[in-house]
Design a protein around this ligand. Structure first.
Ligand code: GDP
Length: 447
């Protein structure tokens, strides 16, 4: 899901050149792209404004964590802003079903939004995870096929279904459903209201009447995430007339725009409670702002990489090292320190898994090339077999010394040569990187 937004944001961050702190110029350059990306992802204009304002406030002047690139850090800031816009982490999720049974849940939405499917999914979920007795009822008096569809779904998922009585008004079916719920000991009654192709007065009046006689604990609006701005407009109009308590976004498995989720939350102020992620009866996920924000960005697990780096990197040490690098003094002890830092960040394997664009195949290739955690340990062993002087001045390492080191660390002389060559290349790269303001292995890897 959210491919469009992901792709747009992909190229933005590599252009950043933070030095110490993120400058206004850097952040503004990124924001221009982020704004376009969000608009193209069908996020409503006022939501885009709110998002970019938040991101700007948070990013400008932010200290750059040295172990990650400024780009990665901005991604984290954008991510956190998206999480907040999606309702934040502290938002109560799930449904409130406590109280005198039967509890009514009213399902509203346009025809084709996935309302009937979602009603069934929700029934299954509540029955299975909360061990409540659920009754499904269809109030779609204008479309007999819709009633039969729900009846069929109910049969498939083993949930009770209120028998269809032809020519009954929706309000009367609702009353009958609540009565049946009371008499037959159901905890929850899910009412699938009629869907229309567009919002009209009659539909709203009917939904209003149904709400009056059933006193629903939850009134959920089901909207199709793929319809973008239309879904947002629908939500706004429903919310004006019905006391909605939450949103369900369907077709989040499609490769459509991610804007709907952001906009709908912002425009209605209503929590997104569930996401429809397939046509199957179990294709309903509890909403999780962090997960959705992460997927909107689609940059691997950069977020946790940045969090880990921030936790692990001893800033003072990093600053000292950056100074040395800038002067071209990056010795083998420093290299060893970088290795051990990588290890505390979950090793190369862990870090590679978090990097965007790093798929399973590439990870396997890297492992085959010896870029694994064993390699880290081996390299550390080689360096530890050197004298202090050798570590500080690798250029004194001639054949006899290399032989001794290889024997001491249980490797071949060729391995020692490789390490020395790698160190030389890295020292050169770091000198260059230091001029650009970044330091550390992770900064180089993240580019
Ligand atoms: P209603 O008219 O609002 O009741 O819509 P339906 O429940 O009949 O759904 C319309 C179509 O969308 C059906 O073919 C469903 O299987 C499909 N659908 C519903 N939710 C999802 C979803 O989350 N993902 C996918 N891929 N399809 C869905």
């Amino acid at each position: 899901m959210f491919d469009t937004l992901t792709e747009r944001l992909g190229g933005v961050f590599d252009k950043l050149t933070g030095r110490g702190v993120l400058s206004e110029k850097d952040v503004d350059a990124a924001l221009r792209e982020i704004r376009v990306a969000l608009l193209e992802a069908d996020v409503a204009l006022d939501v885009v404004k709110a998002a970019t304002k938040q991101i700007r406030e948070r990013a400008v002047g932010e200290d750059v964590i040295r172990a990650v690139s400024p780009g990665q850090q901005v991604i984290k800031i954008v991510h956190d802003a998206l999480v907040d816009l999606l309702g934040g982490e502290g938002e109560p999720v799930g449904l409130s079903l406590e109280g005198e049974p039967p509890i009514a849940i009213l399902m509203a939405g346009l025809q084709g939004s996935g309302k009937t499917t979602t009603s069934a999914k929700l029934a299954k979920r509540i029955q299975e995870t909360q061990k409540k007795k659920v009754l499904l009822a269809s109030l779609d008096t204008r479309r007999p096929a819709a009633m039969e569809q729900l009846q069929q779904l109910a049969g498939q998922i083993d949930v009770a279904f209120l028998p269809i009585v032809p020519n009954q008004r929706a309000v009367d079916i609702a009353k009958r459903a609540m009565n049946a719920g009371r008499l037959q000991g159901f905890d929850v009654v899910i009412l699938d209201t009629a869907g229309r192709t567009s919002i009209d007065e009659e539909m709203m009046a009917e939904a209003h009447d149904i709400a009056r006689v059933t006193n629903p604990r939850e009134t959920l609006l089901v909207a199709d995430a793929l319809t973008g701005q239309d879904a947002v407009e629908t939500a706004r109009r429903f919310h004006d007339r019905l006391p909605l308590t939450g949103l369900v976004l369907t077709r989040m498995d499609g490769d459509g725009r991610g804007g709907a989720a952001l906009s709908m939350r912002h425009v209605t102020g209503l929590p997104i409670k569930f996401l429809g992620v397939s046509e199957k009866p179990d294709g309903l996920d509890a909403f999780d702002a962090k997960r959705v924000a992460g997927r909107i960005l689609g940059r691997g697990d950069i977020i946790s990489l940045v969090e880990k780096a921030a936790q692990n990197v001893d800033e003072e040490k990093a600053a000292r090292m950056a100074k040395k690098m800038a002067k071209g003094k990056f010795d083998l002890d420093d290299l060893r320190e970088q290795f051990s830092q990588l290890k505390t960040m979950g090793g190369l394997g862990g870090i590679m898994g978090m990097l965007p664009g790093m798929n399973k195949k590439m990870q396997a290739q890297a492992a085959a090339a010896g870029m694994d955690d064993k390699m880290l340990t081996r390299q550390e062993a080689i360096i530890l077999s050197m004298t202090k002087q050798e570590r500080a001045k690798p250029e004194i390492l001639k054949a006899s010394r290399k032989k001794r080191i290889a024997a001491g660390s249980g490797v071949q002389v060729a391995d020692v040569n490789k390490l020395i060559k790698m160190h030389r290349q890295m020292a050169d790269m770091m000198k260059k990187a230091a001029k650009g303001g970044r330091g550390g292995l992770a900064g180089m890897m993240g580019g």
